[in-house]
Design a protein around this ligand. Structure first.
Ligand code: NAD
Length: 344
């Protein structure tokens, strides 16, 4: 089996080479992203392996099908970058539904602590032997209320971490879990209540039509003054322009973003020698109370190992056994909420 692997980074190759050679799969690594301009590179391969910022549009899918590429193996959980309606009936789409919810949840808490305890400021100061504490006052997480939108694998780990800090949890999910709400420290509420009563709001839901710009001008107006917004899910869940205005007006106390609406041409690349064209991102990054990491939350050794192993097992299951439990939307036309092989 020969697989064209797009958007390759140096940290991808060791684990994919290891599992690929174990299971007889050869990867051809391309640094370029998969999109309408690069899809020709997939000619002659049995499948393609893509990541979060590859563009798998109808045009790309049609060309893959014309070139007899039978399978798209996503090496990520989210699939908002795939035109699933168009893929239905044309190409098989596999994904890695879970690789380390701990990686993302722990990074979310790392961002929160860095932000509210001003670690990013203190680090720079002490490197310059500036040991002043002025302006570094934070606040305790203990006793604060965190709103968690999306109580799947990552959301639940994040809730556990927050409970460890003695925080109260208000949760919202389109499909609430039966065993999470304890009627006391963890409660499911509607979004209105979550926005109104949370000191910190963290997003762990997929990007869908329902969740697009969940944080916008109107929802921010419902939030507490000084609310901290955490987004390690998908950029377009937050309207970046509205967030920037919320920061400027002091309504938003801090924001931590591992994802950004327009990240695909910027994140994962060294743009340090370039003029940043995106004024909204530049202004957000310039704020003392905004922390941006470039879609890094997944990046742990454990996650990379699990991503490679599951992707290779998905491909082996598909090609050798003609089935894969992590196939998306082959049975359910265009459903957006596929979890654990089931479509809702
Ligand atoms: P999951 O499928 O286990 O959980 C997602 C939860 O969101 C589910 O409980 C689902 O019912 C809920 N949901 C669906 N639609 C909703 C809606 N409209 N409103 C509220 N909740 C809704 O997924 P997961 O593994 O926990 O991942 C969550 C998200 O994290 C992924 O969709 C992905 O976008 C993001 N992610 C980011 C990184 C990163 O590196 N930053 C890595 C992995 C995943």
């Amino acid at each position: 089996m020969k697989i064209a692997f797009f958007d390759t980074k140096p940290y991808d190759r060791p684990s994919f080479d290891k599992y690929g050679s174990e299971y007889g799969i050869t990867f051809k690594y391309f640094e370029t992203k998969l999109n309408e301009d690069t899809v020709e590179l997939a000619g002659g391969y049995d499948g393609v392996c893509a990541f979060v910022n590859d563009t798998i549009s109808a045009e790309v899918i049609d060309r893959l099908v014309e070139m007899n590429v039978r399978v798209l193996a996503l090496r990520c959980a989210g699939f908002n970058n795939v035109d699933m309606r168009h893929a239905y009936g044309r190409i098989h789409v596999l994904r890695v539904p879970a690789y380390s919810p701990y990686a993302v949840a722990e990074h979310t808490m790392a961002l929160l602590l860095t932000s509210i305890r001003r670690i990013h400021k203190a680090y720079i100061r002490s490197r310059d032997f500036n040991f002043s504490l002025a302006g570094l006052t934070g606040f305790d997480l203990h006793g604060k209320t965190v709103g968690v939108v999306g109580t799947g694998k990552i959301g639940r780990v994040f809730i556990d971490i927050c409970r460890g800090f003695g925080m109260k949890v208000l949760a919202y999910d389109k499909f609430p879990a039966a065993d999470l709400d304890n009627g006391d420290t963890i409660r499911y509420v509607d979004l209105e209540t979550l926005f109104a009563e949370s000191d910190i709001i963290s997003f762990h839901c997929p990007l869908t039509d329902d969740t697009y710009h969940l944080i916008n001008k109107e929802s921010l107006e419902k939030c507490k003054r000084g609310v901290v917004i955490l987004n390690t899910s998908r950029g377009a869940i937050v309207d970046a322009e509205a967030l920037l205005n919320g920061i400027k007006s002091r309504k938003v106390g801090a924001a931590c973003l591992d994802v950004y609406e327009e990240e695909s041409d910027l994140f994962f690349e060294d743009n340090s020698g370039h003029i940043l064209e995106d004024d909204t991102l530049a202004r957000l990054i310039s704020m003392p109370n905004v922390i941006v990491t470039s879609h890094q939350a997944f990046l742990t050794e454990e996650a990379l190992e699990n991503i490679a192993q599951t992707t290779v097992e998905n491909l082996v299951g598909f090609f050798k056994n003609n089935q894969c439990p992590n196939e998306l939307c082959w049975r359910c036309e265009g459903a957006q909420d596929c979890r654990d092989g089931k479509c809702f």
